[in-house]
Structures are given as C-alpha cells and as structure tokens.
Design a binder for this molecule. Structure first.
Ligand code: GLU
Length: 367
C-alpha cells in the first residue's frame, strides 16, 4: 500500500511580512508534493493561514478579539487559501478536496468514521485532501484550537505513516537557541517524557514561542498511534523533498507502536458492543484469505450498537473468531444479514461501502 504523509504548514511559513499568502513558497511545496505523488506517495495537506489571509484581504492589521470577527476573517481567508492551493496543484494536474474539521467531527465515533471514510475516498481517487480547522463556525468549545493537534488527528484519520510539521524552527533543541548559541538540534526522540515536554516550554517561555509545545502534543498523539513525526523548517521547502525521500532532517520522533499493534490494543481493550454470527464461508474468508466481512456472511445480529462499535465475529459452533469495527449499526445489519452488498442501498436507503467489517478494522483472535 502507498505510504501516506500528512504535511502540516504553519501560518508563519505560508505568509509574508504583510500577512499575504506567500504563493512562491506555496508553489515550491506543491512541486515537492507532486513529485512525491509520482513516486507513489500519498499526500494530505494541513494548511493554516486562513485568518492571516483574511486579515490581509480585508485590510485588518490587528487580530480582532471577538469570536465573530475572527470567524469573519477565517471565512474570507479560507476561500483565498483554498483557491491558491487549488490553482497551484492544478499546474501539476492534481485535484484537491477541501476538508474543514472541528474537534466535534473527530470526537464522536460515527462522525470520526465518516470523516475517515471521506478522507480515504479522496486519497483512493488520487485527490490531495487540503485540511484546516473550520474556523468560520468553530467556537472554543468545539475547536481543536491549533493546527498542530489538528494535523495529528488528521494523520490518525488518514491512517498515515508519517506526520511532517513544517514550521519556522529547525526542530527541537536541547536548550533555547535564542539565548544559547551552543544549543544543539535533537535529531531523534524515542520517547516523549517530561524532559522533552519541558524543552518545548509553555507558549511564552522556553523554546515555545513558535508553538513548540503544541507540536510536542501533536507528536505524542501521532507517535502513540504508530505514526512517525518530523518537526523541521518550512522556511527551506526543499527539506520537504528530503524528508519524503527518507533523508534525516529536523527532529524525528519514533512511533511508540506500529499502527497495527496500536489498533490491536484498542480493539482488544474496547468492550464489545454486540456479536455478529457469521457463516463458515465468511469465517474461512476472514481466517485464511485476509478478507473483510460482507453482509452476505452474516447470519445473526446480537445487541444494539451504533456504526463504529466494536463487535465480535462468531462462526458456527465455536467461540469468537475476530473483533472488528462495524461499518453499519445493528438495525441496518439485521436487514442486511445474508444479502448481497449491491443490495445495501435499496435495503436501507444509504451506504457506507460494501463491507460490514473492513479488514483494516479487524483483528483475528488468537493470532
Ligand atoms: N486554523 C488557523 C488558520 O488557518 C491556524 C491555526 C494554527 O496556526 O495553528 O488561520
């Protein structure tokens, strides 16, 4: 499977001193993304800069305090931002798809799955997803708040292998480089502990003025999900090419588990919300052929559960064979049991794809 990289670009590297979007630099990033795609890599872009672009567009030199005014800036700026990304990717004949997310989209299990399926559909189609927070509507209660954390969540959504945080700093240093010229860049972090968190500092002291602490938070989320993270300078766009081709740059955070181990841990940990009885053919497809569970192989549904719940898959005359995340709720599965996947839409009036439990969301027990 193609490797997926989430590339997060911060406001400070996308804008010039007048807050206008720096299209020349954006074009350089696009060029490296286009090359990556020719190598068969998948790219997801997380872009900041909407509020800055809105300020430039409306001639607002000061960042207004009121939520409505900030939202207004985001509404104006986001159009500009996506318009430019669209035009630049179009030079390489690459289509982009805009996703504007809030925390609320990611915390609710069903909405998370919907966002995940949509993001993966874009990637399967060869479209580059361009993601930002939905600043025009998001209020404090439902915001992620910063695009570092948002990009880590996007990397989890995309099932990415790597998250690249490109910023105005070269990476994480062993002491504050502003006051200590001898400060050394830390090339690799294997474990994020209190010492590392302290190096990142708060948002005003330590090294944190450029937002290093939210980057460390993002690195914690991503590495825990089995995703490697690189923090490097976005002022040198050619570093993107270097990182994408496997050369070291900036600070690399090693993932604490493989994505598979991580998923397994989660699937084992979650209490099952119900059971799907499956026939012998489906059991064989799961255990021997690496297949997904289709509605056709389901003979019975037990329990009352939503889409996205963890269920046990139980073949005839034996204990559970597998655990997995269901694409449909129990009510829908009762209607779909034993039926062919091309009947899904006509039976329930909507469709989340042909499988009941996808192979990627499933673990066999005892292996
Ligand atoms: N979503 C914000 C914007 O596009 C940026 C947030 C951040 O830089 O972390 O303006």
């Amino acid at each position: 499977m193609a490797r997926t990289f989430v590339v997060k670009l911060g406001t400070s590297i996308l804008t010039d001193e007048n807050l206008a979007l720096n299209r020349e630099r954006m074009l350089e990033f696009v060029r490296y993304c286009a090359r990556a795609r020719r190598r068969g890599q998948r790219i997801v872009l997380v872009t900041s800069g909407a509020i800055a672009a809105g300020r430039a567009r409306l001639g607002f030199p000061e960042l207004p305090r009121s939520v409505a005014n900030r939202q207004m800036l985001a509404a104006v700026g986001q159009i500009r931002l996506i318009q430019i990304w669209e035009q630049l990717f179009d030079l390489y004949n690459i289509r982009v798809g805009q996703m504007l997310l809030t925390r609320a989209d990611l915390e609710d299990r069903e909405r998370f799955l919907n966002a995940r399926d949509m993001l993966r559909s874009l990637l399967d189609r060869g479209v580059v997803p361009v993601i930002n927070e939905n600043d025009a509507v998001a209020t404090n209660e439902i915001r992620v708040g910063d695009n570092d954390n948002l990009s880590a969540l996007a990397a989890v959504l995309a099932g990415a292998e790597s998250l690249l945080l490109l910023t105005d700093q070269s990476g994480l240093f062993n002491t504050d480089p502003r006051f200590h010229p001898e400060a050394e860049l830390i090339a690799q972090v294997d474990r994020i502990d209190d010492k590392i968190r302290a190096l990142a500092g708060g948002s005003v002291s330590g090294l944190g003025t450029g937002g290093m602490s939210t980057k460390i938070q993002a690195a914690e989320i991503a590495t825990r999900a089995g995703i490697q993270v690189v923090i490097a300078s976005g002022k040198e766009p050619e570093l993107l090419e270097k990182i994408l081709t496997g050369s070291p740059a900036g600070t690399r955070f090693t993932p604490s588990a493989s994505p598979l181990e991580n998923r397994k841990r989660w699937l084992f940990g979650a209490p099952p919300a119900g059971d799907l009885r499956i026939d012998a053919g489906a059991a064989l497809a799961l255990s021997e052929k690496g297949g997904s569970l289709l509605p056709k192989g389901i003979t019975g549904v037990e329990g009352n559960f939503p889409r996205g719940a963890v269920v046990r898959l139980i073949p005839p005359r034996r204990g559970p064979l597998a655990r997995g995340v269901t694409q449909y709720n129990s009510e829908a599965l009762s209607l779909l049991a034993g039926r062919h996947s091309n009947e899904i839409f006509s039976l329930i009036g909507y469709e989340y794809g042909p499988v009941a439990v996808h192979r990627d969301d499933l673990i066999l027990l005892g292996v």
